[in-house]
Design a protein around this ligand. Structure first.
Ligand SMILES: [Zn+2]
Length: 356
């Protein structure tokens, strides 16, 4: 009898993306506009530093930390458009603070920049594959005012929005993004705003219109991220039961799903819901590190979470990630990072720190 060593199983692991900005960049951002040439060197330093530290963790896939997304992950592509105002849709958080979307003041709707412009710089520094996060069409659809415009109807807006979103993803794929992750944080929020599920359904339908434009091959490199929307240690929708979200969430025509899980009260209950609703050809990256919680997980804790997930999700459909970091807005101060002990990053079960 010869003993045959079992073949190791590789479970893919990817970070969600956001990393706190360094203090000198934050300081400058508070003083000048996002396109000010004075920022160029600071952006470059921040991206280089993020990538160096990401790679030092042994991560096989990295991001640029979203260092250059101004003013935040929601509106980076439309920030600075002359036909917007700051008094858009309000996102309420559990501690009482709110964030506002931009509001479209007239047509036509266009992106001012696409996320592949961030990839250019990141790929100059990276030695491993880089993924890129983009904002969902459903989030940007909130920019269109309820009363509409007589000469720019909603249908035309949606056409323009879908075309811009598709263009952005194609540009990222063409430049060699390892994955394009669509940030869909408003999914869970939609169930809080409208418990009937109609708003979520409309978001899913809209995002599926966009995803339908891609081939099955392309969709294997496209993913969708859901989370309770961390911001200043508060969330916008943690109280929404995943049971009300995930069945619809897995109807999205994407190949990859990034689900915040480590911070959930009852992970096994969520894993059972995932097991029930996931479809073949879908890879589920579950959060195994909760960066927004106090303290740092031990390697054993993270290992146990991966093993726990593997009891529910077939190994060939399992991936790991983090529960995303609560510094999605570029002027957020670094106290978040120092208070929570830095950032989670699964691949080598270590942590990335940004000193304050
Ligand atoms: Zn998130």
């Amino acid at each position: 009898m010869t003993y045959v060593e079992p073949a190791p199983i590789a479970i893919p692991s990817e970070p969600i993306g956001s990393i706190p900005r360094p203090p000198d960049l934050l300081q400058k951002l508070a003083q000048v506009d996002s396109e000010d040439p004075a920022l160029a060197a600071l952006y470059e330093d921040a991206v280089r530093d993020t990538i160096e530290r990401f790679e030092a963790t042994g991560s096989l896939v990295i991001t640029d930390g979203e260092q250059r997304k101004y003013h935040n992950f929601l509106t980076y592509c439309v920030h600075g458009l002359p036909n917007t105002s700051a008094d858009g849709f309000k996102i309420p958080y559990s501690d009482g603070h709110t964030r506002r979307m931009l509001r479209l003041t007239r047509g036509p709707f266009r992106y001012l920049r696409y996320a592949d412009s961030y990839l250019d710089m990141a790929m100059r520094y990276a030695h491993v594959p880089v993924k890129q996060a983009v904002i969902s069409p459903s989030a940007l659809s909130l920019m269109y005012p309820a009363e509409g415009f007589p000469n720019y109807p909603r249908e035309q807006f949606i056409d323009d929005l879908l075309r811009e979103h598709e263009t952005e993803i194609r540009r990222c794929l063409q430049k060699g993004a390892h994955k394009v992750q669509i940030d869909f944080t408003e999914a869970r929020l939609a169930m809080k705003i409208d418990p009937s599920g109609q708003l979520l359904d409309s978001f899913i339908d809209l995002n599926n219109l966009a995803l339908s434009r891609f081939s099955p091959e392309e969709r294997r490199r496209i993913g969708v991220h859901t989370c309770p929307g961390g911001d200043f240690h508060a969330t916008h929708s943690a109280e929404v039961d995943y049971a009300n979200l995930l069945p619809r969430f897995f109807e999205l025509k994407a190949g990859n799903f990034y689900v915040a899980l480590a911070g959930e009260q009852d992970r096994r209950r969520v894993l059972k819901i995932i097991r029930k609703y996931l479809k073949p050809n879908q890879r589920i990256f579950v959060g195994v590190i909760a960066p927004n919680r106090a303290g740092i997980e031990s390697a054993e804790e993270v290992r146990d979470r991966v093993l726990e997930a593997s009891e529910y999700i077939p190994i060939e459909q399992l991936g790991t990630t983090d529960d995303c970091v609560d510094v999605p807005h570029c002027l957020d101060s670094l106290f978040c990072a120092s208070e929570t002990g830095g950032l989670g990053h699964p691949p080598d079960l270590s942590r990335v720190y940004f000193e304050t």
